[in-house]
Ligand binder design. Structure first.
Ligand code: SAM
Length: 226
């Protein structure tokens, strides 16, 4: 899979995409992630990628041209399944969406900045708009990193079978069961006896019951698709 991220601030994406599972997936060549600087697509001598908004207002808007040129260049090299714009008013990211995106071959993620991107880009080039939640961040770089992380950990081979993403929250519309590690007793806080029993079928049953109980209590709408 290939993910191309377009941004005016590539530095913001360096750390989130270079550690842990995402880094290992990149090292194993399961995913190719390219962070592309939109300033490389401007002819402006100051490398500006933003301008004042028509109609007035102090906060700048991302200009069409650098974004258009970057997307057209990528599209001339390969076909893309989705061209995503990160936006607070987009579809809310969830696990089902991440599952679907993880099965794609090539995607572009455009990270917005300033007041957002010139709306004509959204109307003519973007195929999908994704929000990471109902709050406004300063830029789309962290949302792009979050979307990428959610996708990459689902690519087969990115995480081992034991850590399988199938047991994570939201797969099967259930929250994950609680997890514990050594020591089995800390002060008077004990790990549930069942986890120390070595009885795998009973442990699996307990975990499933815990998942169901936690889902009912903490996220009762989850099974109904809310
Ligand atoms: N004026 C925009 C609005 O009210 O919808 C917000 C602009 S925000 C300061 C700059 C950029 O950050 C947005 O264009 C978007 O790309 C990104 N962004 C901010 N919050 C986001 C969120 N919750 N989900 C996805 N992207 C977000």
């Amino acid at each position: 899979m290939r993910i191309d991220i377009l941004t005016v601030l590539p530095e913001l994406l360096e750390s989130p995409l270079n550690y842990s599972i995402v880094k290992r997936a990149r090292d194993k060549k399961l995913v190719e992630i390219n962070v592309i600087n939109l300033r490389d697509f401007t002819t402006d001598k100051y490398k500006s990628v933003d301008d004042y908004p028509f109609g007035g207002g102090a906060v700048m808007v991302m200009m069409i041209e650098p974004v258009y040129k970057a997307i057209e260049k990528l599209k001339s090299e390969r076909e893309y399944d989705e061209i995503i714009y990160t936006s607070p008013d987009g579809e809310r990211l969830n696990q089902k969406m991440a599952n679907k995106l993880s099965m794609m071959n090539n995607i572009i993620i455009l990270a917005g900045h300033y007041k957002g991107v010139d709306h004509r880009i959204r109307e003519h080039l973007i195929t999908r708009e994704i929000s990471i939640g109902d709050y406004v961040l300063s830029g789309g770089e962290l949302p792009a990193a979050i979307i990428t992380d959610a996708i990459v950990r689902l690519i087969p081979g990115a995480i081992s079978d034991e850590q399988s993403a199938l047991y994570d929250s939201f797969q099967d519309d259930l929250l994950a069961p609680p997890v514990y590690t050594r020591p089995s007793t800390f002060k008077s806080w004990k790990v549930p006896d069942i986890l120390l029993s070595g009885n795998t079928p009973e442990i699996d049953k307990w975990r499933h019951e815990q998942s169901e109980e936690r889902t009912k209590r903490l996220r009762p709408g989850l099974n109904s698709g809310d």
